[in-house]
Ligand binder design. Structure first.
Ligand SMILES: [Zn+2]
Length: 118
């Protein structure tokens, strides 16, 4: 099975259905959390803002601080540490990811979130 958007190979339990398409988690989250993710200008603008004058919301700053402090964490651990819902985390993380400040990586059957460069 493959993600229909980016072509990444998907294993069982890793695929997401959206509008009749089979997607990887990254592409699915991009669509769900940031409808303008496919707009290169939006990504460019977000990146520029992040480099020049980071305008993070308090929750986004807390996520960044936590990840810099603790290293790789799962969504569950981040939500617990910051007392936020998983939806709140995913929306904020998607924004940070488009600023290229953070990334997600799969280790075993878990997804870990880290700041970029870790
Ligand atoms: Zn994909």
């Amino acid at each position: 099975m493959k993600c229909e958007k980016c072509g990444a190979a998907l294993s069982d339990g890793e695929s997401y259905e959206y509008a009749g398409q089979t997607l990887c988690e990254d592409c699915y989250l991009d669509i769900k959390a940031a409808p303008k993710a496919c707009d290169p200008w939006a990504v460019y603008t977000a990146r520029k803002e992040a480099l020049g004058n980071p305008m993070l919301t308090p929750v986004q700053e807390e996520i960044m601080t936590l990840l810099k402090d603790k290293g790789a964490l799962t969504a569950e651990e981040i939500c617990k540490a910051l007392s936020i819902s998983e939806t709140e985390f995913r929306i904020n993380f998607a924004t940070l990811r488009h600023m290229e400040l953070v990334r997600a990586s799969k280790q075993g059957d878990k997804i870990y979130y880290t700041t970029l460069g870790q």
